[in-house]
Ligand binder design. Structure first.
Ligand SMILES: NC(=O)c1ccc[n+]([C@@H]2O[C@H](COP(=O)([O-])OP(=O)(O)OC[C@H]3O[C@@H](n4cnc5c(N)ncnc54)[C@H](O)[C@@H]3O)[C@@H](O)[C@H]2O)c1
Length: 253
């Protein structure tokens, strides 16, 4: 068991990549707090993890709201007695379309869910980490933040902000024994956001266009990302901070 007994909070874990991360970490012995804005989805994942012998709890909270993130962190500490890892996974994108056609409301929503969430998690979890002598943040960014392509401009920029912010925090919080790392997944067609990334239902033409850019010849899965998160959350990564792991089949080369 690679994260046995660790208290790990995963945001946006009611589905998609976050659900995969929560399940994988629970299977490796973590006590997992499954957060989602949709409480029913978080509860479903939690129920399945517990039925399979894992340890999970659900907490509905909107990661863009300071009071709710504060309550989420407090509830995790109350239930588990401590907090070892926060995985900022919740994310959202505007539909793939020309930059000038994205509404101001959608721009604000992208930055609130993808970037402000990192600010709020940092504000509320860092004091807990400091009081315990350390901790670890894992932020799910994207290959979009590293190798941007047309159509997702404002989303790409938000993920660039996640990457730079994570590196800056790694430098700033390192003296407190707090590690900050990113994971950059490439396209995963099996999540709630895939049609938005693709600009519509994933037909053969769109699928082929995406696949052609990935040297290993397949898309990423939630398990691929979860395995990287498992490593970064474990003590095997005790000296790893300020890095971004591309989980992308060499897409960014
Ligand atoms: N799917 C991909 O191709 C891909 C590629 C690279 C990076 N990512 C990133 O991976 C992360 C997970 O995305 P996904 O593809 O699994 O998406 P998803 O839509 O399947 O899952 C996201 C989850 O976050 C929850 N959520 C949304 N807003 C929230 C909020 N304000 N507070 C709390 N929870 C909220 C949703 O209810 C949902 O359960 C995101 O950060 C995304 O940008 C995804």
């Amino acid at each position: 068991m690679r994260v046995s007994g660790k208290s790990i909070l995963v945001t946006g874990a009611g589905g998609g990549i976050g659900e995969g991360i929560a399940r994988r970490l629970a299977a490796e012995g973590a006590r997992v707090m499954v957060n989602d804005i949709d409480g029913a989805k978080a509860l479903h994942v939690t129920t399945e993890i517990n039925a399979g012998g894992g340890m999970a709890s659900a907490f509905a909270a909107d990661v863009t709201q300071s009071k709710e993130v504060k309550a989420l962190v407090a509830e995790t500490v109350k239930l588990h007695g401590r907090l070892d890892v926060v995985i900022n996974n919740a994310g959202w994108t505007h539909r793939n379309r020309p930059a000038l056609e994205v509404s101001e409301a959608d721009f604000d929503k992208v930055y609130a869910i993808n970037v402000k969430s990192i600010y709020l998690a940092t504000i509320h979890a860092t004091p807990v980490f400091r009081s315990q002598g350390g901790g670890s943040f894992i932020n799910i960014a994207s290959t979009a933040g590293l190798r941007p392509r047309p159509g997702l401009t404002w989303y790409n920029g938000s993920k660039g902000a996640v990457i730079t912010t994570s590196k800056s925090l790694a430098a700033e919080l390192g003296p407190d024994n707090i590690r900050v790392n990113c994971i950059n997944p490439v396209f995963n067609p099996d999540t709630g956001l895939s049609a938005e990334f693709a600009g519509g239902p994933l037909n053969d033409e769109r699928r082929a266009k995406f696949l052609a850019s990935i040297p290993l010849g397949r898309f990423s899965t939630a398990l691929d990302v979860a395995n990287a998160a498992l490593y970064l959350a474990s003590d095997e990564a005790a000296f790893i901070s300020g890095v971004c792991i591309e989980v992308d089949g060499a897409r960014c080369v």
